[in-house]
Design a protein around this ligand. Structure first.
Ligand SMILES: NC(=O)c1ccc[n+]([C@@H]2O[C@H](COP(=O)([O-])OP(=O)(O)OC[C@H]3O[C@@H](n4cnc5c(N)ncnc54)[C@H](O)[C@@H]3O)[C@@H](O)[C@H]2O)c1
Length: 251
């Protein structure tokens, strides 16, 4: 059987560690090559070295439009265009509405929402040229249901779902599918701000059996296969969806 992503050229954001690295490993294992974009220069260089020839690291700060346009150009040059966007990078800043700083709101939306819009806009000529292409946007269960202390984050991830469904409808006639992935509680250091907000790791662990029907948090390796599926032609009739990977929380 041939690899599920043989010949695919993937532009991935936030692939240095955790969920993004699991996505990178999974798409490479299925035969893709990857231009990986992240702010972490040292981590990115290490990933490029580990996957020599299959990954090109491009350093960019996704809050900067010029960094994104340059990254798309470099990715297209290295891969001779591309057909898949996996836009995974994100930030989480926690805090209640009354004390939340406007600058933190702006940073959250710049990285979690605006960057994805700029990526898609700049990538469109390449996605159209590819004929059959897929955009997978990282949202969150927090974008579907509220979470105390995550006002900006939840709002930004809800915006990502709106972006995915709207783009999917706009681009359906052009061979471009667009979907969002909504993980629940995945055990990575990313959740440190909201865990602190909940009163610490112990309090979070107490809550897990009540909140998650499967009784445990997920792992990055349990999120990555959905990206592979949505990137692959196996999902050719799936677009405009926001699919949960959450151990049954949203039921
Ligand atoms: N961990 C969870 O429980 C969970 C749940 C739902 C959704 N998510 C989403 O999954 C994604 C990955 O989360 P993770 O847990 O692997 O966290 P992570 O912090 O390891 O991953 C985020 C990545 O984005 C990069 N990044 C952050 N700001 C950037 C910027 N300005 N420019 C370029 N790169 C930047 C980081 O360097 C990092 O590699 C995020 O979008 C997050 O919202 C995570």
């Amino acid at each position: 059987m041939s690899a599920r992503l043989a010949g695919k050229r993937v532009l991935l954001t936030g692939g240095v560690a955790n969920i993004g690295l699991a996505i990178l490993e999974a798409v490479i294992a299925e035969g893709a090559i990857v231009s990986m974009i992240d702010i972490d220069a040292a981590g990115g260089a290490e990933v490029e070295k580990r996957f020599q020839g299959k990954v090109r690291f491009i350093r960019a700060d996704l809050s900067q439009e010029a960094d994104i346009t340059s990254a798309v150009k470099q990715a297209a040059e290295w891969m001779d265009g591309f057909d898949t966007l996996c836009l995974n990078a994100g930030v989480q800043i926690s805090g209640r509405a009354e004390s939340f700083a406007t600058a933190d709101w702006d940073k959250t939306f710049a990285v979690n929402v605006r960057a994805n819009f700029i990526f898609v806009r700049e990538a469109l000529p390449h996605l159209r040229r590819a004929g059959k292409s897929s955009v997978v946007l990282m949202s969150s269960l927090a974008g579907k249901r509220g979470a105390t202390g995550l006002l900006a984050y939840s709002s930004s991830k809800a915006a990502v779902i709106g972006m995915a469904t709207t783009l999917a409808i706009e681009l359906a006639g052009e061979g471009v599918r667009v979907n969002a992935v909504c993980p629940g509680w995945i055990d990575t250091p990313f959740n440190a701000p909201v865990i602190a907000f909940m009163g610490g790791r112990e309090k979070q662990e107490e809550a897990i059996p009540r909140v998650i029907p499967l009784g445990r948090q997920g792992t990055p390796d349990e999120v990555a296969p959905l990206f592979v599926f949505l990137a692959s032609d196996e999902s050719s009739y799936i677009t405009a969806q926001a699919i949960n990977v959450d151990g049954g929380i949203y039921s």
